[in-house]
Design a protein around this ligand. Structure first.
Ligand code: C2E
Ligand code: CA
Ligand code: CA
Length: 789
């Protein structure tokens, strides 16, 4: 021990000892940095190369340490070094530590660590004693074997610790121990080795060709070693930093690619997969490793034969589980350096399609009933016409007869129940290839499909009507409401859905007009009726300006004296090509449009003008239709007619029916009041047929009540009819309102009415309506009393 210490203290200069420690530490640190750089690499080749560099640095460091220390060695005479041995000993150190690093880079198992310690010891010892022999250029040496063994033993122990403790990727502080133990291993071999040696100076040994002086070696060695070590370390450190950044960047790009919801597949110029992201793995149902190298186009569901692919394609791919998935694939070609890549971005369409289907279901179904809605119904009709395959034999429109009443009477929740129940019943009746729809409100429609032949459509529609006319249970209440149906058979030549719907609608209208709770099929008969009606409508619109109307007059007489009191104006239409058309054949149609107002205005004008020319005790009656009565211009028109004709207002009588009043009793009341003020008379026409409301008679200022002719005409045969006539006459008497009997055709009727205290009547018995007021002289039986012009 003493010898070792004195060797350090006396034989070695302190500067060289510190220098040696510095070089050794630097070498060990550099080697560690480089080695860790190797550990960071993923490619096997890179790992091995970095490990080799680390070995080289260790060897160089250890060798440098040795020689720096040697430089500080002063045995007491001038020494020189054999250059060849010096260089070869460096190679020994490098080779040995490269071998160590190659073992260590493959793994940190205990066996490998032990092997490394052994190899390192072997290398260091060999290098030391062989390197020592370079002194032979100026000296002879002798060794003490005890020291040599101690040096080798300690070296083995410290290298054991270096490799057992000193290398760790997780615990960085352990690497510090590695540096310390390496230093101790090197120091123990060097200083104990030197202490074990005795040297004797010799002069001028001829065999040594290349000797190095101490001075040469010093600068050359320190500068060279330090430079190499620092450069290596910086290189490794820099490279490590760069590759860390690259790894981080790759990881980030990977994260970015993986977070994309689209599956991304990158193919090389041969069309083989080189990269995929997570979504692509999920979509294709396979791991990245299974996908790499496979042809990309078939994976993405693209036709392999098609090259120069479109950029955007809708297709479907089959994943590894055999599941077919609808996808949209966008392709993009990329050139990177000299390589061509194709990127396939595959987006799964299942979710979108599911949502589309949901939206479609919402858009095409009726929320309350769950049936198809109007939109869906029309689409189906259009599709059927477009396809021309006769997918349906008929369109049936259904309508609940009293639905408004149900809502008003039982509330909207009852109304909803009726709709839901109706939908359920229809749904059960309509065949599988048909379609039941709710068009809105209480309107339903059915497309029959092919399974109901045209001949059975009427019966089927009848069945629907029957089913829908059964009572509906709501909160323990049986709600009665009937339905009507109109059907239209779809001919092979059907080309217009509005035509089909119009026909079905006309049939429905006819069914309702026939008394409801029935089904009608639109046929030739109905067609002619509606067409005729339509023609009337068209012709009527021009009839006023073409002056095609005339007024006929029927006298109203005093029952006792048969003296004419007034004339009722009754309209006739001299329709070109049709002869004289009676009001019952066109007033209804006119009522459906605004023409009725024009006709009414003309009548009032014409009647007033005519009456103004009669004897002044004769009045004139004009009929008002219900619609005309609600015309806001009516009052003005009447005033204008009176003014321009000069007729005294009390000679004009307006005949209205209860239908006109019932629509709006308040408007009617105020209007009648105004007419009353004007001095115009008001008669309630057709009494007994409508609502026969006592309330109207009592509340409204009528000047006359006209008993409907149906009662008068039935009087002879039907005692009940007479009872009604009698009751109305009594009512008039008690309210002091004169009553007129219409439709008197026989003397017997006239007599009976007279006996029942009827004061006025009109009818064929006295005269048919005629173009000009008939002079009384022409009236059979009565001569003296004069009539109008
Ligand atoms: P209304 O007001 O009840 O008119 C009396 C109808 O009974 C007239 O039929 C008349 O010809 C007919 N009539 C009169 N006496 C007898 C009879 O003894 N036996 C039979 N069987 N019938 C008799 P017309 O002229 O065909 O008129 C029918 C209906 O048309 C009228 O019934 C009236 O409601 C309506 N109307 C006639 N002219 C006009 C008009 O200018 N404007 C409006 N809005 N409606 C009119
Ligand atoms: Ca009348
Ligand atoms: Ca009448």
């Amino acid at each position: 021990m003493y010898q070792v210490l004195s060797c350090i203290q006396e034989d070695h200069g302190l500067f060289y000892v510190l220098m040696a420690v510095f070089v050794c530490t630097l070498g060990a640190v550099c080697a560690l940095v480089v080695f860790h750089r190797g550990l960071d690499s993923t490619a096997e080749r890179d790992r091995r190369l970095w490990a080799a560099a680390s070995g080289m640095v260790t060897g160089l460091g250890v060798w440098g340490t040795h020689f720096v220390a040697m430089l500080g060695y002063h045995p007491g005479f001038e020494v020189a070094y054999d250059g060849t041995v010096t260089v070869l000993s460096a190679l020994v150190a490098i080779a040995g530590f490269v071998a160590v690093s190659q073992v260590l880079i493959t793994g940190f198992g205990p066996l490998r660590r032990a092997l490394c310690a052994f190899l390192a010891t072997l290398t260091l010892v060999t290098m030391h004693f062989y390197g020592q022999s370079s002194l032979r250029a100026s000296a002879l040496m002798e060794y003490d074997s005890g020291y040599v063994v101690a040096a080798v033993g300690l070296c083995a122990v410290f290298f054991g610790l270096t490799y057992m403790v000193g290398i760790s990727t997780t615990k960085r502080w352990r690497n510090l121990w590695g540096v310390v133990f390496t230093l101790l291993a090197v120091a123990s071999v060097h200083f104990i080795g030197m202490a074990s040696m005795e040297v004797f100076p010799i002069r001028g040994l001829a065999e040594v060709g290349w000797t190095l002086s101490r001075g040469d070696l010093t600068t050359f060695l320190i500068a060279g070693v330090v430079l190499v070590l620092v450069a290596t370390m910086m290189g490794a450190g820099l490279d490590r930093k760069v590759s860390r950044l690259r790894i981080q960047e790759n990881r980030r790009i990977g994260m970015l690619a993986d977070s994309a919801s689209e599956g991304i597949v990158i193919a090389d110029a041969e069309g083989r997969v080189v990269e995929v992201n997570k979504s692509a793995e999920n979509l294709l149902g396979a791991q990245r490793s299974e996908l790499l190298g496979r042809p990309a186009r078939p994976l993405a569901g693209l036709n392999t034969t098609l090259s120069g692919s479109p950029r955007y394609i809708e297709t479907s791919l089959t994943n590894s589980e055999g599941l077919s998935i609808p996808v949209v694939v966008r392709t993009r070609d990329l050139t990177h350096r000299d390589d061509g890549f194709t990127i396939y971005a595959i987006s799964d369409q299942r979710e979108r399609m599911r949502r589309d289907a949901e939206i479609r279901a919402l858009a095409f179904s009726d929320q309350l009933s769950g049936l198809a809605n109007r939109e869906a119904f029309q689409r189906e009709l259009i599709a059927m016409i477009d396809a021309g395959t006769g997918a349906h034999t008929a369109v049936i429109l259904l309508d609940l007869d009293e639905f408004k009443g149900v809502n008003d009477q039982f509330g909207h929740s009852a109304g909803d129940t009726v709709i839901i129940e109706t939908a359920k019943r229809l749904g059960q009746l309509v065949p599988k290839d048909g379609l039941a729809a709710r068009l809105g409100g209480d309107e339903f429609a059915v497309l029959t499909g092919r399974s109901i032949p045209a001949a059975d459509v009427e019966a089927f529609a009848g069945e629907c009507v029957e089913a829908l006319s059964q009572p509906v249970l709501h909160e323990g209440l049986a709600i009665r409401s009937s339905a009507s149906a109109g059907a239209c058979i779809i001919g092979a030549e059907a080309s217009d859905i509005s035509e089909l719907l119009k026909s079905a609608d006309r049939a429905l209208y006819a069914a309702k007009a026939d008394g409801r709770r029935r089904a009608r099929v639109y046929d030739e008969d109905l067609h002619e009726r509606f067409e005729a009606r339509r023609n009337v409508e068209i012709a009527l619109s021009k009839a006023v300006e073409n002056d095609e109307f005339v007024l006929y007059y029927q006298p109203k007489v005093c029952a006792a004296t048969r003296k004419v009191l007034a004339y009722e104006a009754l309209i006739r239409w001299e329709r070109p090509g049709h002869g004289l058309v009676m009001p019952n054949d066109f007033i209804d149609v006119a009522e459906q449009s605004m023409v009725v107002n024009d006709i009414g205005r003309w009548c009032i004008m014409e009647a007033c003008k005519a009456a103004a020319g009669w004897e002044t005790h004769l009045g004139v009656s004009v009929n008002l239709s219900a619609r005309q009565f609600l015309d806001p211009n009516l009052y003005g028109d009447v005033r204008e007619a009176l003014r321009s004709s000069g007729l005294e207002p009390h000679r004009l009588e307006l005949e209205i029916t209860e239908t006109a009043i019932i629509h709006n009793i308040h408007v009617a009341a105020s209007l009648l009041e105004k007419f009353k003020k004007l001095g115009v008379q008001i008669a309630l026409d057709d009494f007994g047929t409508g609502y026969s409301s006592m309330r109207f008679v009592q509340q409204l200022p009528f000047d006359r009540i006209k008993i409907d002719r149906s009662f008068v005409m039935a009087m002879d045969t039907d005692e009940k009819a007479f009872a009604i006539v009698d009751a109305i006459l009594r009512l008039g008497q008690s309210l002091s309102i004169p009553v007129v009997a219409e439709g008197v055709e026989t003397e017997a009727q006239a007599l009976r009415l007279l006996e029942a205290n009827c004061l006025e009547f009109q009818g064929f018995l006295i005269s048919h309506p005629a173009p000009m007021p008939v002079a009384l002289a022409e009236i059979t039986g009565e001569q003296q009393v004069s009539g109008a012009g």
